[in-house]
Design a protein around this ligand. Structure first.
Ligand SMILES: [Cu+2]
Length: 525
């Protein structure tokens, strides 16, 4: 058999077109009225229709760091002047520059500066990333949090705040974990790999054996991924053996939920995380399309593989191991580290994976649950005419077949007792993918919201629009809102798949810190 060949080339996305448009959007009267600042930033841009051309509807979020306000602009590309502009609450997470400014203020603080001179003491990015102060008149002071770790001290962890308008240090901001004398995950946080920008926003990736093209897809690194909070390593336009199978596949919603022990010391109660901050990991190889996309000769190693937060690379690493292409990235959200991992096998099997890890912190010693939600927009042999069937053994009604079609938008529970599975099928070609739950994917509790949703594809439902928050009511995945009961028989479909990983350091049973289903091709010959 021919050796596998992996090719990577730069790929231009709609976001490139968007940056060309950014100046026009920021100059709109409606935007200028609400955002007077001089350095507006476009935080999000999306086209709401597939192949919409010039008349395509779009949605953009523009932020003014000076007034700390944001607007959402929605309209059509061909009629920017008629676009609708409205204020939205959006708090961008601190970037490297802002966090460095906060760290400098902490270092200059008399007592905290003293702590930082002790042996092994260091600062890190904690949770929550912000401890903003809201005033009675509706204005907000932005407060960036900084973790101070003193491994030899009586108090090992402190989460302090810095008010960004005047760099004032707030030693005990509200809503952060209490000072802690114990810690979990003894690996210190390191951010020691190069951050080369700008490379290509996305790349086209091809896997060939001889004259046969097995896979052809577009991959975006987490920093350029779509969604309110990003979505990890994001796949688009995925073709297997020349047939379109997925239009888009990513993880736009990611939550952490603490139990009572965690609440008691100020952890959570929940965190809506983000998937667009990249962490360092080990990846040896070349960057044929530019920085941020590395083709590796050996398997990349993340914190889950080697237990270190160090590395020589950030972005997306590709490695073909002889039977499958791995697409690997490591993410950072405060002290959490996440592994965004896709495996595309030569035989057509797709294995989406999400892994959970962390660096030294005062919270993850307490039992908590991670909830990751994949959004899989299947386009089996084209966008239209797909259907989802559910498998139950024993069947739901006696005498019925094991497979039954799901006719309307719905939320489904993973039901191991019935060996429940699903398949997405194109009604005309009978090709599709069979979704088999992973052994560690668990089932949702009330906060976990659900295990699987089958929805019509709508361009404004990339995620539920919720930015970072600790509030359980807000952070809970609001996917039921999308299940309005429309027909899903023969439509352009989105499957959301939830994986729930309960993490308890007091339970010493070895369990993989990875969730994800296996997707088997049906009808590809
Ligand atoms: Cu955990």
């Amino acid at each position: 058999m021919d050796e596998p060949v992996v090719e990577i080339q730069p790929y231009e996305t709609e976001r490139d077109a968007a940056s060309a448009l950014a100046g026009d959007l920021m100059a709109l009267n409606g935007v200028r009225e609400k955002l007077p600042g001089k350095q507006l930033r476009m935080l999000d841009f999306r086209l709401l229709e597939k192949d919409g051309g010039n008349s395509a509807p779009f949605q953009a979020v523009i932020h003014d760091p000076e007034t700390y306000r944001s607007v959402m602009v929605s309209g059509k590309l061909s009629a920017l002047g008629e676009a609708d502009v409205r204020s939205v609450r959006f708090r961008p997470r601190p970037d490297a520059e802002e966090f460095a400014r906060a760290v400098e203020a902490v270092g200059s603080h008399p007592e905290l500066g003293q702590v930082l001179t002790r042996d092994g003491a260091h600062v890190y990015r904690p949770m929550p990333p912000l401890a903003d102060i809201e005033h009675a008149d509706g204005t907000t002071d932005r407060v960036v949090t900084v973790g101070v770790r003193d491994p030899g001290g009586e108090v090992k962890h402190r989460v302090v705040g810095v008010r960004m308008r005047d760099n004032a240090v707030i030693p005990s901001p509200a809503g952060v974990p209490a000072p802690a004398s114990n810690e979990c995950e003894t690996t210190p946080g390191v951010d020691d790999c190069p951050d080369e920008q700008p490379g290509p926003r996305s790349v086209r990736v091809r896997v060939r054996r001889g004259a046969t093209e097995l896979w052809n897809l577009v991959v975006s690194r987490p920093a350029n991924s779509s969604g309110t909070n990003g979505s990890g390593a994001e796949l688009r336009f995925v073709d297997y053996r020349g047939t379109r199978v997925l239009y888009q596949a990513h993880v736009p919603i990611l939550n952490v939920q603490y139990g009572a022990d965690g609440h008691a010391i100020g952890c959570g109660p929940t965190y809506r995380d983000w998937q667009n901050q990249e962490a360092c990991f080990t990846a040896d190889g070349d960057d044929p399309a530019g920085p941020g996309y590395r083709l590796c000769g050996s398997a990349p190693a993340t914190i889950l593989d080697n237990g270190t937060d160090s590395g020589n690379f950030r972005g997306v690493a590709f490695h073909h191991d002889g039977s499958e292409l791995r697409i690997v990235s490591e993410l950072a959200a405060g002290w959490y580290r996440y592994i965004s991992d896709w495996r595309l096998a030569d035989d057509g099997v797709i294995r989406p994976r999400f892994g959970f890890a962390g660096v030294s912190n005062p919270c993850t010693c307490q039992a908590h649950t991670h909830h990751a939600y994949w959004r899989l927009n299947f386009d089996i042999a084209g966008a239209a005419d797909d259907r989802v069937d559910e498998y139950n053994d024993p069947p739901l009604t006696a005498g019925a077949g094991a497979w039954t079609p799901l006719r309307f938008e719905t939320r489904r529970e993973r039901l191991p007792l019935r060996r429940r599975q699903w398949r997405v099928i194109n009604r005309a070609t009978q090709q599709g993918y069979h979704i088999v739950p992973g052994p560690n994917d668990s089932t949702a509790d009330a906060y976990g919201a659900g295990d699987l949703w089958v929805l019509r594809r709508r361009g404004n439902e990339i995620d539920d629009g919720q930015g970072f928050t600790t509030d359980p009511v807000l952070s809970r995945a609001h996917l039921d809102d999308f299940a309005g009961g429309e027909s899903v028989d023969g439509r352009d479909l989105v499957v959301w798949y939830g994986g729930h990983f309960h993490h308890d350091e007091h339970d010493h049973t070895p369990v993989p810190h990875v969730v994800g289903p296996d997707l088997y091709p049906v009808g590809f010959h």
